[in-house]
Design a protein around this ligand. Structure first.
Ligand code: UN1
Length: 499
């Protein structure tokens, strides 16, 4: 077996994944670190999916009757198991998604954090008591479990995004069926094994409370089209969301969509440029530009443009790119050849549109795709700048008027994350008031959000919110209850109906 294959096998064994799931299946699993095949994963067929949805439906019925704080106990145990498995799972994230070790560990930490959040939440699924206009009446709002929750996740956050959804869905009394990216089935299998250890310790959860469907598009489509699934939370491209949303709407199912981003940063004249440099570097080059929150557009004020861009170019030229298992690098591989080709196509289009490209060239050869991150000086917001290319490309533009820069910032289809670097309070507030994104930051970058806030974006990002704040409400249904404890039957709005 290939070297990374051997380590993958050791990790999967250590994490308790059944060998039958990944040794003799029909779907090859490749590591982007070297391009080598590390496993052959068993795919869920149509009958498996059907049976999984039946089990999930039965599990929902039983789980929805378990008191929420007790449901929280299961998630607490899951958080404990994740803590114990953190190093191995993080390493598997590096092997399967290509993240550098500290980002692999950060991803698992994000899972642990959302578990902690969900445990607290399990005692805080508050409804309202609402003043009623009728004497002797009480009106209230109660939140009930929703049903089977489908989760479709992407390769770039192969386990954390599922955890955001699953931890909330579970404390809210739902069952979960997960279709991970076909590029990252192994971390999903490992996560499922870790969850099963929490289930075993909990002891009394219904079978099928959280299940995994391995496969391609058909498995995702099954979740989208099946009447047994009440909500689909889908993370991926805007193209995927455009296919999924009308199908869910057609059967009146709920959707949480977390789609593309084309995230912009404004660097204003008063900015702390050291801070801005670090914020932009992490946002644009981190995770090899493969986060939905990656910084893709940069607007730099004329007065500081040349000095700042010179420093940024130096950072781009010196950043270490390579296999994160072999050395201290900050930029790992692209996920696959298609990602590399899409990046090269975008850079060619940028050149055609008058852009000056720095970097962007391939590092090494063979079946893995490493690139130097690209910084592209653009004459304006045209061509590929208007689109999300899931690769480390930062388009740099200059501005002289903040309002014009903000208008340009908002003039793209996606609306996920945004930031301004400034020490001028009025500039910061003007930006926060005007950014049309779900996330808007001051003096930090566009990526790396904490789990405590609601995560998601507007426009073609899909409008969904996951993770913190009151995102849990999407995983429950609300009932308005009015109780009459008087002897009379006063009608609302003063209507009279005497019989
Ligand atoms: C994603 O890229 O799909 O804010 C999620 C961030 C991470 C999550 C990104 N906490 O960058």
């Amino acid at each position: 077996m290939a070297p990374i294959g051997a380590e993958t096998a050791r990790l999967l064994d250590a994490l308790g994944v059944d060998r039958a799931a990944w040794t003799d299946g029909s779907m090859p699993s490749l590591s982007p670190l070297t391009g080598e095949q590390v496993a052959m994963v068993r795919v869920s067929g149509a009958a498996d999916i059907d049976a999984a949805l039946d089990r999930a439906t039965a599990a929902f019925r039983a789980w929805s009757r378990v008191p929420a704080p007790r449901r929280g106990e299961l998630v607490r145990l899951f958080g404990e198991e994740l803590r114990a498995a953190k190093d191995s799972l993080a390493r598997l994230v590096t092997i399967e998604a290509g993240k550098i070790p500290s980002e692999g560990a950060g991803e698992v930490q994000e899972m642990i954090d959302i578990c902690d959040f969900a445990v607290g939440l399990s005692r805080q699924l508050y409804g309202l008591t609402i003043a009623t206009e009728r004497p002797g009446h009480r009106m209230m709002e109660v939140w009930h479990p929703l049903g089977v929750i489908g989760v479709i996740s992407a390769f770039n956050f192969p386990v954390a995004v599922w955890a955001w959804n699953a931890a909330l869905a579970l404390v809210c009394g739902n069952s979960v069926v997960w279709k991970p990216s076909e590029k990252t089935p192994l971390t999903a299998l490992a996560t499922q094994a870790i969850f099963e250890r929490a289930l075993a310790r909990f002891g009394e959860a219904p079978a099928g409370l959280s299940q995994l469907l391995i496969g391609g598009r058909e498995a995702g489509e099954a979740l989208v089209d099946d009447a047994r699934v009440a909500l689909v939370s889908a993370t991926g491209s805007t193209r995927m969301g455009r296919a999924v949303a009308p199908r869910l709407a057609g059967r009146f199912a709920r959707a949480i969509l977390e789609l593309g981003g084309n995230n912009g940063v404004i660097v204003a004249p008063s900015a702390d440029l050291d801070l801005a440099l670090r914020g932009v570097a992490f946002g644009a080059m981190g995770t090899a530009g493969q986060r939905c929150t990656t910084t893709r557009r940069l607007f730099v004020h004329d007065s500081i443009h040349d000095a700042f861009v010179a420093r940024l170019k130096a950072a781009y030229a010196s950043v270490a790119v390579g296999n994160p298992l072999e050395g201290d690098v900050l930029v790992g591989p692209l996920i696959d050849r298609a990602a590399f080709e899409a990046m090269q196509a975008a850079l060619a289009a940028a050149r055609d549109a008058g852009g000056v490209v720095h970097g962007g060239t391939r590092v090494g050869e063979g079946a893995s795709y490493y690139v130097r991150p690209a910084l592209v000086e653009m004459p304006g917001q045209v061509g590929p700048v208007l689109e999300e290319t899931f690769a480390p490309i930062l388009y740099v533009m200059r501005y002289d008027d903040l309002d014009a820069a903000i208008r340009l910032h908002n003039a793209v289809a996606a609306g996920l994350s945004s930031a301004i670097f400034t020490r001028d309070l009025t500039e910061a507030e003007r930006f926060l008031a005007a950014s049309d994104c779900g996330i808007a930051n001051v003096n930090l970058g566009t990526s790396g959000a904490e789990i405590g806030g609601a995560f998601g974006g507007e426009k073609e990002t899909g409008g969904g919110r996951e993770s913190g704040s009151d995102s849990w409400k999407a995983y429950m249904r609300r009932a308005t209850n009015t109780v009459n404890y008087s002897d009379a039957l006063p009608l609302a709005q003063g209507v009279s109906f005497e019989i």
